[in-house]
Design a protein around this ligand. Structure first.
Ligand code: UDP
Length: 254
């Protein structure tokens, strides 16, 4: 870890300088936070699983023509990514009512939505990531109208693909958060999917039992948190043979 310069440390990940200009190394921690840092804990092996789950989903999305920041996984906890300028807007896609939407509009958790809903939140921890309108995003210059159009169209394509992918493994993709960034190549700029997609940022319920297999198990003290993340990885067919712990010599494990 001392071999690279740390660029940024977030709640669940650390970014280091990458081996080539324009790249970063994204390191996945076991730390978990909820309710804007008010609840803190550790989920053993979470970083290893999220690294694998996010790798898998970003690769599948890449194959579908969605541009992403992902380059390749380096080891159990790290992946190489392209350095992007993160757009300070969290894009929340919802298929079923849950969480803050249920609270805000008095909708029972689990009730069907008339159609998929995309919401925007301003990325600002001091303000608790407030829900904002498109108007705020463009008026304050967080993204241009063209960028926001592109983000919405990517989010809807991602949603169609991921909903189907998870459904095939017996999981309902209830809602999730995406982040996008600007990738500069020569003088050209593209919007690409960034950050991670994992049970930290998605709500995933078992299709038959509605059992929650995501960070709500941590947020709501439901227990078996590690097991839930492992189950998601297992269903996607990517649980490492050796289990989610860091084992010596795993740097070369693919
Ligand atoms: N989410 C996230 N990071 C955030 C806020 C939300 O990953 O800072 C995800 C969350 O896991 C859920 C979805 O976005 O899958 C919608 O979250 P919601 O607005 O319902 O907020 P919450 O109930 O998680 O506070």
């Amino acid at each position: 870890m001392a071999r690279r310069r740390q660029i940024y440390e977030g709640k669940a990940k650390v970014l280091f300088e990458g081996p080539e200009p324009g790249t970063l190394v994204q390191y996945f921690k076991d730390d978990a936070t909820a309710f804007n840092n008010k609840k803190k804990g550790t989920i053993t092996g979470k970083g290893v699983l999220n690294n694998r789950i996010s790798e898998f989903l970003m690769m599948r999305l890449g194959e579908m023509g969605i541009p992403t920041h992902f380059i390749r996984r380096l080891n159990m906890r790290e992946q190489l990514i392209r350095q992007v300028e993160i757009i300070p807007v969290e894009v929340v896609v919802r298929n079923v009512a849950a969480g803050s939407l249920s609270q805000r509009l008095g909708l029972p958790e689990g009730s069907a939505l008339p159609r998929s809903i995309v919401e925007y939140c301003y990325k600002n921890d001091d303000l608790d990531d407030p829900l904002v309108a498109e108007e705020h995003v463009t008026a304050f210059g967080w993204a241009t109208p063209q960028e926001l159009d592109e983000i919405l169209s990517l989010a809807l394509r991602i949603n169609d693909y991921l909903s189907g992918l998870f459904y095939a493994t017996g999981l309902r993709l209830i809602d999730y958060k995406l982040e996008f960034g600007r990738l500069w190549e020569n003088d050209q700029m593209r919007i690409v999917l960034a950050d991670e997609i994992s049970p930290d940022s998605c709500r995933l319920w078992d299709v038959k039992t509605n059992e929650k297999l995501d960070k709500d198990r941590f947020r709501r003290d439901l227990g078996s948190v590690e097991e839930a993340y492992q189950e998601v990885a297992r269903r996607l067919g990517i649980l490492p043979e050796s289990g989610p712990t860091d084992a010596p010599g795993t740097e070369t494990l693919q």
